[in-house]
Design a protein around this ligand. Structure first.
Ligand code: ZN
Length: 297
């Protein structure tokens, strides 16, 4: 099971989060059948969103969204407090050759665009409070740097963010994935920032460590070096969508009586695919007839 931890470091002047998200990214890639470069991009987005949402409370929802001019067009990831995350890419088969250094050209498929962070609370309770929306332009397109840029610019929190997805040609296609986020609070000492930067510079690659079995806490230690830390919470994380057959029925009935009637008479049924998780829902003639008879539409 994938895990996410969060805590504090350097006498509570630094907030820290770390996660291993291998299974989560595997499930996202399996569902959306993404190209290699898109898999890396989506995996980093899902991991970054889980890290940023590590202290979400019940009924909170965090959405991180990229809208861009590159081939990928857009990526959305949404996390809630129970550790579940879901997400999708507009063009899941966008692809570019590897960069000269052998890495995926994630910034290439993203291109210029905007990075959005949307924080909502109580939505599922029917409380339609105005969401908090923060926006910055995409500066790097490598995603980890974009999370860091967003935190610094929009929330005034200087941060270090590392997100990694390692792929291999054979099954399981996603070898491992994970990430670390370090947020410097206003009370943080400049020396601590320098020490962390230096430790990160000399640390082994994140995905190499995860591949060798590193836990989220190992990833934190790798990043913090000799700086003291305290873990405040740990939770299981996974890719999971809140769609269901009932929601599909609701959505189709919202199209109106005439539309449902024509689906019944002409198509003898209806199909609906959830954009977030690619789950296909099939409604047969009976389902549609029931909808019309019970005057749900
Ligand atoms: Zn779904």
């Amino acid at each position: 099971m994938d895990k996410l931890i969060h805590g504090i470091a350097a006498d509570a002047t630094v907030r820290v989060m770390a996660a291993v998200t291998t299974e989560t990214v595997r499930e996202a890639v399996r569902r959306h059948q993404t190209s290699p470069t898109v898999s890396a991009a989506l995996g980093r987005m899902l991991t970054g969103t889980l890290l940023l949402g590590s202290s979400l409370k019940e009924f909170d929802r965090l959405t991180v969204k990229i809208e861009s001019e590159g081939a990928v067009e857009g990526i959305v990831a949404e996390a809630v407090s129970d550790g579940t995350v879901r997400g999708y890419v507009k063009n899941s088969i966008a692809e570019l050759p590897l960069k000269e250094n052998g890495k995926f050209d994630v910034s290439g498929i993203i291109g210029k665009g905007m990075f959005y962070v949307i924080r909502e609370s109580g939505f599922d309770l029917g409380l339609h409070r105005e969401p908090y929306v923060g926006t910055v332009p995409i500066t790097s397109g490598e995603i980890a740097e974009d999370f860091a840029y967003y935190l610094a610019k929009s929330e005034q929190i200087p941060s270090a963010v590392m997100l990694g997805v390692l792929l291999q040609p054979e099954d399981p296609y996603v070898t491992c994935a994970g990430g670390v986020m370090i947020q410097m609070l206003p009370t943080a000492n400049e020396n601590v920032a320098v020490m962390i930067e230096d430790t990160i510079l000399h640390a082994p690659q994140l995905t190499t460590a995860i591949k060798e079995g590193a836990t989220p806490e190992d990833l934190l230690k790798m990043t913090l070096g000799i700086i003291d830390y305290e873990i405040l919470g740990e939770k299981d994380v996974r890719f999971e969508c809140n769609c269901s057959f009932d929601r599909a029925v609701q959505l189709i009935s919202s199209l109106g009586h005439a539309e449902v009637k024509s689906m019944l008479e002409e198509d003898k049924g209806a199909k609906m695919t959830c954009g977030f998780c690619n789950e296909l829902y099939t409604l047969d003639e009976n389902d549609l007839r029931k909808m019309l008879e019970t005057e749900r539409v």
